[in-house]
Design a protein around this ligand. Structure first.
Ligand code: ADP
Ligand code: MG
Length: 451
């Protein structure tokens, strides 16, 4: 069996690992380590909750020598502010032993405090793209010293909403640098972009893009409408012994607020809410209260679907069905982390059935359907959207930013996203990686390794 010793970690890092209580590296940690140390560009795909943060952090820390340099040498880009905090926390649990400096910067809070911190100098800078760019433009931050760039959740980061911001940032980075990219899912477009823009990155896939973990049990209910979903949810979480920590995903702020209001009647003292219209302090507090068990239930939009490592979430409820199937994979990945058991329950209406089909196609798995409990009341109350029969869910990461597109460049409608479902990417992967001569031919290795 592989151990951390096989990685020849420095003594300091070994101690830090022991302190964290980890015995063995996860497959992605083991396989990414030598590749990252070798200095090659790399794309790593592994399921959510399998330790991708350490997979890039360990070799980076191993390589980073003590320095008094003010400008950062390692830049880690992540899509959300919450994720900045977590990556910083993980890096710090090692940095403490190594005199390496780590700093996180993100939007939604005062920039001058961050300018001061940047001025004090750091080795590793973890950031959301918008705030990073603002800091760089203001002259407070110099990026010419960055020789390693990590892009976590790379598929969403290189997608439309972030692409232009990233292109601006790339201009400020030295051309000679190592690019390190990770995600649990990958779309065709992003895979193509990576192939075009980065120097033939080594690809490491522990599982095919979009493969959920075996330790997450999935189920679904066919539910007629929004308010019946509220009744069903309320009925389910009534079972406190089983539903100990419940993360409820809703695809937009309005529905989240509406659900929160409806839920207040019965569960006001144990329910929190988080979405992008809340202040940053409110957002951090909502996560903290939930993570620490103060609130048993958290209603959230997809802003926290990516990357966030919450302690022992027992259930992820998909209150609605994401129209981008990758979002489902990321949502349910908030449970079943670090080999724990987790449960995911999807509610879908007739209108959402197509989206559910796309999810099942991406996973090559049919989500078991449960009988609708007889004791749950079917509501005839309608939301404004149900009355109007319009409105689709959207990917908060993908198309949030208003971008003026060149003539003839049209964004795809969700229903036309067929090329982007991971299916053909999977086929590509299969083709690419089955060839033994391909560099980093690790796709199928480890798939059957029971971890
Ligand atoms: P991912 O980015 O793949 O979704 P994370 O890096 O957030 O996963 O890690 C998920 C969880 O697994 C974290 O709680 C982390 O502390 C834990 N973890 C990471 N590496 C190991 C390991 N080698 N052994 C045990 N637990 C680990
Ligand atoms: Mg991650």
């Amino acid at each position: 069996m592989s151990t951390f010793e096989n990685l020849n970690l420095s003594k300091l890092l070994q101690n830090a690992i022991a302190e964290l209580g980890f015995d063995t590296p996860t497959p992605i940690q083991e396989e990414a380590f030598p590749v990252i140390l070798s200095g090659k560009d790399i794309v790593g795909i592994a399921q959510t909750g399998t330790g991708k943060t350490l997979a890039y952090m360990l070799p980076i820390l191993q390589d980073l020598k003590f320095s008094k340099q003010i400008n950062p040498r390692v830049l880690v880009l992540v899509p959300t502010r919450e994720l900045v905090l977590q990556v910083v926390e993980m890096a710090e649990s090692f940095a403490r032993y190594t005199s390496i400096r780590v700093l996180g910067v993100y939007g939604g809070v005062n920039i001058s405090t961050q300018k001061q911190k940047v001025a004090q100098g750091t080795d590793i800078l973890v950031a959301t793209p918008g705030r990073l760019y603002d800091l760089a433009l203001s002259g407070s931050l110099q990026l010419k010293g960055v020789n390693k760039l990590v892009i976590d959740e790379v598929d969403v980061m290189l997608d439309l909403g972030f692409r232009f911001q990233l292109a601006n940032i790339f201009e400020l980075l030295p051309a000679r640098r190592q690019n390190i990219m990770f995600s649990a899912t990958m779309t065709d477009e992003v895979a193509a972009l990576i192939d075009d823009d980065f120097v033939t990155p080594a690809k490491i896939s522990i599982a095919l893009s979009g493969t959920p973990l075996d330790n997450i049990e999935q189920q679904c209910y066919d539910v007629p409408n929004f308010y019946t979903k509220v009744n069903l949810l309320s009925h389910l979480v009534f079972n406190r012994n089983e539903f100990r920590k419940v993360l409820v995903f809703v695809s937009n702020k309005n529905s989240a607020d509406r659900l929160f209001t409806a839920f207040q009647e019965k569960h006001s003292s144990e329910t929190g809410i988080i979405h992008s219209n809340k202040t940053q302090n409110y957002r951090f507090k909502a996560i903290k209260d939930f993570d620490e068990g103060k609130n048993r239930i958290l209603i959230a939009t997809d802003i926290i679907a990516r990357g966030l490592d919450l302690d022992k979430v027992t259930h992820v409820i998909n209150f609605d069905t994401p129209s981008f199937p990758e979002n489902y994979i990321h949502r349910i990945g908030r449970t079943g982390r670090a080999e724990q058991q987790g449960k995911s329950i999807l509610f879908y209406t007739e209108k959402e059935e197509e989206a559910k089909d796309r999810i099942e196609a991406l996973m090559s798995y049919q989500i078991p359907l449960l009988d609708f409990p007889g004791e749950v009341e079917i509501s005839s109350q309608k939301t404004p959207e149900e009355r109007a029969i319009t409105g689709d869910t959207k990917n908060p990461f993908r198309n949030e930013k208003k971008i003026v597109l060149a003539p003839g460049f049209h964004e795809k409608k969700a229903k036309n996203m067929k090329t982007n479902q991971g299916g053909s990417y999977k086929k590509d992967l299969a083709l690419k990686y089955k060839k033994p001569k391909t560099k980093g031919d690790k796709t199928f290795k480890g798939r059957d390794k029971k971890r």
